[in-house]
Design a protein around this ligand. Structure first.
Ligand SMILES: *Cc1c(COP(=O)(O)O)cnc(C)c1O
Length: 399
């Protein structure tokens, strides 16, 4: 039976390849870090979500090893049968404390946190109002839920107001947004979103995956950054980016809501517990964030040097201060080709970053996306800027 189906898949894969949309995976030949080895060459990595450089921090690795020795490898259970250890409870308390919420619940990934947050809370009498550019896991989580869905244009507060006005007959409403949008590194307008939500009596959920640990004065994320921590009802986030980068996710919020999720959230009830070593290492990450201001400072310094350095060279770079730095080619009509050629030549110069073009982003919006990390040294940043200067001039992107 598979024969014909396999042929069909083969043809579809060929089409994707012909369209240039086939995603090749680059294979790392060593650990994640500011420098990585690919194809036998060592290059500086500007495309990991390793914002705080903690993925290979010796303190985090040591904590994982200690926990592995003490707690062994796996739990072979979901949480409610025999998969909850004191480490899981400690980590949930530490995450809630860090995010300033009453409680938090762990998942295997933020994808699961978002997959399991809407369906238990909102039924057909409720409504979810969501930014058009929200992450795939929010979109999928909403699909699993019977609530009516209202989508507003990206960051368009007038359109959000329209959705709120049109959904007034719903019993409960929730506005769901990414705290930071990953393609441009732009922040959700959380103050305005909270104002509107308050005016229309809606709850607010923020997925802070690209913010937890490093956005806001002490890294508590976008609610801290906008001073709305007490007005955001629910936060979902990942342990797989700044917080050590292994895996895991969580939902943080008021006590009853989290308790309800423990009873009803399917990816929590029917999927395995996080490995103890991930809990132990993440507890160490949160300790580092409380006690060591250096990673946050280094990230801010590197972000600023990269962004202003690229602007000084004449590249088309938005203003902002998030470590996601998109380099646009909007002034050139061959933007997609430029982004592709420049990122390929940068790799040859030892700088690894990714070019995005249509259909991942809108036509004419091709860009190279850089991500700064606390793990980068001044020399890494200088090498990146020098390579951008050489390659950018070679291809006429700058003069
Ligand atoms: C990365 C990301 C996720 C997925 O996180 P995982 O823990 O890797 O599943 C969810 N939401 C947003 C906004 C993200 O950027």
């Amino acid at each position: 039976m598979y024969g014909k189906f396999g042929e069909l898949l083969g043809r579809e894969l060929d089409i994707i390849r012909e369209q240039g949309l086939f995603k090749e995976e680059r294979i790392l030949e060593g650990p994640q870090g500011a420098e990585i080895t690919v194809g036998g060459a060592t290059v500086v990595n500007f495309c990991a979500n390793n914002y705080l450089g903690l993925a290979s921090d010796p303190r985090v690795v040591a904590a994982a090893k200690r926990t592995l020795d003490e707690w062994a490898f796996g739990l072979s259970s979901v949480r409610f049968i025999c998969g909850t250890t004191v480490l899981h409870k400690e980590l949930e308390a530490a995450v809630a404390d860090f995010l300033g919420t009453e409680d938090a619940i762990l998942y295997a990934a933020c994808f699961d946190a978002n997959g399991g947050v809407f369906e238990p809370l909102l039924d057909q009498d409720s409504a979810i109002i969501t930014d058009k550019l929200n992450h795939a896991s929010i979109i999928d989580g909403i699909r699993l839920c019977k609530a009516r869905r209202f989508i507003y244009e990206h960051a368009d507060m007038a359109d959000l107001r329209r959705c709120l006005a049109e959904s007034q007959d719903a019993q409960f409403r929730m506005v769901a947004t990414d705290g930071v949008f990953s393609m441009d590194g732009d922040l959700a307008k959380l103050s305005e979103i909270c104002d509107l939500a308050e005016e229309y009596d809606a709850m607010v959920l923020v997925d802070d995956s690209h913010a937890t640990g490093f956005v806001g004065a002490t890294g508590r994320g976008t609610p801290e950054r906008f001073g709305v921590s007490d007005r955001v009802d629910v936060i979902t986030t990942t342990l797989g980016k700044a917080l050590g980068g292994a895996l895991g996710g969580c939902t943080a919020g008021p006590r009853e809501l989290i308790t309800w999720l423990r009873q009803k959230s399917r990816p929590y009830l029917f999927s395995n517990s996080l490995p103890p070593l991930v809990c132990g290492a993440t507890l160490e990450v949160l300790r580092i964030l409380r006690e060591d201001p250096e990673p946050l400072k280094a990230l801010a310094r590197n972000q600023l040097r990269l962004r202003s350095g690229l602007r000084d060279l004449g590249f088309d770079v938005d203003e902002g201060d998030h470590p996601i730095i998109p380099v646009h080619f909007r002034r050139h009509d061959n933007d997609a080709l430029l982004a592709q050629k420049i990122s390929a030549d940068l790799l040859a110069e030892g700088i690894y970053c990714i070019g995005f073009s249509f259909p991942v982003v809108q036509r004419g919006q091709a860009r190279i996306r850089l991500q700064a990390s606390a793990g980068h040294t001044d020399e890494h940043v200088d090498r990146c800027l020098a390579a951008f200067a050489t390659v950018g001039r070679r291809h006429g992107a700058i003069t």
